[in-house]
Structure formats: structure tokens, C-alpha cells
Design a protein around this ligand. Structure first.
Ligand SMILES: Cc1cc2nc3c(=O)[nH]c(=O)nc-3n(C[C@H](O)[C@H](O)[C@H](O)COP(=O)(O)O)c2cc1C
Length: 188
């Protein structure tokens, strides 16, 4: 539970602290053995640590849609590594769950060693495919950004139905979650 609580979406990192290719490979090792529909294992990963590639990929990502007055992390706080998650083109319906399970395993592996991450579904396909090298036989599903966090992210309760994350004046990030009473539909 402590690890899951810490495994938030982080969007500000210490850009001077690098992440190695071996660290990314270890995260993918956790995805490799994840549950997946019919055990077909359709997911493929591009691992990116090179500075220039990270800079180019960053330009294709959309950050924190609810924070309308924030343009994304400043250069010193940008991610230092990425994993691009793609699927072979014949992805079946149940397999849409596979990427979620794989990404959860990877982000938990990351936070267990202090590496924060953010899954990103809003991205520029052209830029991400150019940097990651995925061809027409693959569909790019998500980008995961990694780095050592420099922001506080805390959970709070949804109040008056408002689930949008927000920041206070000091830049602390808050993520409202619905209560148990709200999400448990029935106890039978
Ligand atoms: C499938 C998926 C796609 C996401 N896409 C984006 C995105 O494009 N940009 C972004 O800043 N955050 C993205 N997020 C992060 C969510 O905004 C975040 O999970 C949510 O606000 C809850 O915060 P938490 O992860 O700290 O619980 C995505 C998360 C998921 C699971």
C-alpha cells in the first residue's frame, strides 16, 4: 500500500540525475512477466535515455491538461528517460488491458527505487514514432516519462464531486480520489 500511495504521476524531475539503460531494462523486465490476455504478449518497448532524443520526445508530449496555467516542466525539471509502449497492429479487444498492467508493473518497479514516472496518452504521434523508431506494423499506445521527482504529490479526498488535480501556491500537487463509500456500488 505504501508503494502504491507513492506511485503517483510525477511531472517535475531533477534533470541532472540521470537514469541508465540498465534501469529501464529492469523496469521492462517487470512488464515482461505481467499478466496479459491469452498470453499473446503483443507489447513492444523503445527505451530512451539519450539527451537529444529525450529533448525531441519532450516536444511531442502534452502535460497536465487540468493545469491550464502551467506549460509543463522547465528544462531543468524535464524527464531524463522514457519508455514508449507500442503494440503489434493486430491488438485484440481484451489486450487493451495489457498495456495498463505492464505500465503499472514498470512504474511500481521505478518508484521502488525512488524513480518517479508519468504515463502519457496525449502525444504527437509523428514526433513519438520518429524518436522511438516504431514503424507502421506497430501502434504506439503510451509514453512513460521517468526521472527523480522534485515535487510533492499527495492524495486528498474528492470534495463536491471535483476530481481535478491541482497545485497550491507553493507548487505542491494534490490528487483527489473518491471515497470508498462512493466507489463501492454494493456489498452483497
Ligand atoms: C492511461 C493514462 C494516460 C495519461 N495521460 C496523461 C497525459 O497525457 N498527460 C499527463 O500529464 N498525465 C497523464 N496521465 C496521468 C493522469 O493525469 C494521472 O494518473 C491522474 O491525474 C491521477 O494522478 P495520479 O497518477 O497521481 O493518481 C495519464 C494517466 C493514465 C493512467
Amino acid at each position: 500500500m505504501e508503494l502504491i500511495k507513492k506511485n503517483r504521476s510525477y511531472r517535475r524531475f531533477d534533470n541532472s540525475k540521470k537514469i541508465s539503460m540498465e534501469q529501464l531494462e529492469n523496469f521492462v523486465e517487470h512488464a515482461r512477466i505481467a499478466q496479459c490476455s491469452a498470453n499473446r504478449q503483443p507489447l513492444r518497448y523503445s527505451l530512451i535515455t539519450e539527451k537529444e532524443a529525450c529533448e525531441k520526445l519532450y516536444d511531442g508530449l502534452k502535460w497536465a491538461g487540468y493545469l491550464t496555467d502551467w506549460d509543463g516542466p522547465v528544462p531543468e525539471e524535464r524527464p531524463v528517460a522514457y519508455i514508449v509502449v507500442a503494440a503489434k497492429n493486430d491488438l485484440m479487444d481484451f489486450e487493451k488491458v495489457d498495456s495498463g498492467l505492464a505500465m503499472q508493473n514498470m512504474t511500481l518497479a521505478a518508484i521502488s527505487e525512488g524513480v518517479g514516472s508519468c504515463m502519457i496518452g496525449m502525444f504527437n504521434k509523428k514526433i513519438v514514432s520518429e524518436v522511438s523508431g516504431f514503424d507502421d506494423e506497430h501502434t504506439i499506445l503510451y509514453v512513460i516519462a521517468f526521472g527523480y521527482p522534485v515535487e510533492n504529490v499527495s492524495l486528498t479526498d474528492v470534495k463536491d464531486g471535483d476530481f481535478k488535480y491541482y497545485r497550491d501556491d507553493a507548487g505542491n500537487h494534490f490528487v483527489p480520489k473518491r471515497s470508498m463509500d462512493e466507489i463501492i456500488f454494493k456489498k452483497i
